[in-house]
Design a protein around this ligand. Structure first.
Ligand code: NAD
Length: 318
């Protein structure tokens, strides 16, 4: 489809701000209507290019003004507020025939609640889950992976694909409604466990006298290879760009991993999927989120949480 003339964006945080920026950059014909509960975030974004962006005072106004609405807020209760708030939620607007896309990582029950209300009150309105992977760097570069809750045969797939392609490079149709969220939770369950396993294995090696750069290079060409090991290694000084090499600042916050991991464990219970590592992984992220040395840091801070030697470069290796 040609770029919509008007696009709404709700939630201008770590992910939403760079996603809205890239929409503004790539959809040159479109005017953006934006809202964040934090007025300063909205004002700062509008000030970057006032002629192209209008600040709105609530989600209802965004949805009244825009043909397409994208939302990116922290969790289920925020999504419910954005769409279902009885005073100024999106569904209070004239949204007939419009496309609404929620990119937040939330529980399936909250998504289903909003979707049911959309269907009931606005049968011609289209609401999709399209969570992302790739972090703030991927959002800035426009290289996100989108996991969309629909099949490729969905009548709006081409429109969704064109819109999301402005912000990402890999756009997957996951098969049906809410399966985008399922894919995202499965991914984060797996990557959360890989981060813990890599941190633990590296810790064994360092404490046994190994140079962790050598160990990471061995993993890279052996069966312990992973993107976490190669690009996001939990041990400081292995990947110079990774948050671990910058006191675990930036990246994907440990609190968000706790949320996503917990949602994945809940999802497993609901479908009767047996987990051997779920309880241990969840406990690790819950405790790391409350550890004053880890709070607000990148989730790979689990290496610090388990007492990993961050100053390994001072050691003499065997
Ligand atoms: P964030 O906390 O940085 O930003 C969320 C933004 O939403 C904030 O600006 C906040 O003010 C705003 N907000 C909260 N409630 C709102 C409401 N009711 N109405 C309007 N705005 C509201 O979070 P984030 O890191 O941008 O994450 C957003 C979502 O993306 C989460 O679900 C997260 O799990 C997911 N995600 C994050 C990353 C990452 O690396 N940070 C990667 C992939 C997915």
């Amino acid at each position: 489809m040609p770029s919509p003339k008007t696009i709404g964006f709700i939630g201008l945080g770590t992910m939403g701000l760079p996603m809205a920026r890239i929409l503004r950059k790539k959809c040159v014909e479109s005017h953006l209507y934006v809202y964040d509960i934090n007025v300063k975030a909205t004002e700062a974004f509008v000030a970057e290019e006032p002629g192209r962006v209008t600040a709105c005072s609530n989600p209802r106004t965004v949805a009244d003004k825009a043909e397409v609405v994208v939302s990116m807020v922290p969790a289920g209760p925020h999504v419910i507020d954005v769409y279902l708030n009885p005073d100024d939620g999106v569904l209070r607007a004239n949204v007939d025939g419009k496309l609404l896309v929620d990119c937040s990582t939330i529980d399936v029950a909250s998504f289903d609640q909003v979707r049911a209300r959309v269907t009931e009150s606005h049968p011609n309105t289209h609401f999709y889950d399209a969570p992302v992977s790739g972090g703030s760097l991927g959002a800035e570069a426009g290289t996100l992976t989108f996991m969309v809750g629909c099949s490729k045969g969905d009548p709006l797939w081409d429109d969704l694909h064109d819109l999301l392609k402005c912000m990402g490079t890999s756009i997957f149709a996951c098969g049906g409604q809410s399966l985008g969220l399922t894919a995202k939770l499965c991914n984060n369950y797996c990557s959360g466990l890989i981060a813990i396993a890599t941190a633990e294995a590296m810790n064994i090696g360092i404490r046994s006298g190994m140079d962790p750069t050598v160990l990471a290079s061995i993993f890279a060409t052996s069966t312990a290879q992973s993107r976490i090991c190669d690009k996001w290694n939990p041990v400081p000084g292995i990947c110079p760009e990774a948050p671990s090499s910058h006191d675990y600042r930036g990246g994907f916050k440990v609190e968000l991993m706790k949320k996503d991991f917990g949602l994945a464990v809940d999802a497993a219970k609901q479908v009767g999927a047996r987990l051997c590592l779920g309880d241990a992984g969840l406990k690790t992220y819950e405790e790391a989120s409350e550890d004053p040395n880890c709070v607000g840091r990148d989730s790979r801070v689990v290496f610090r949480y388990i007492g990993g030697k961050e100053d390994w470069s001072n050691d003499s290796h065997k």
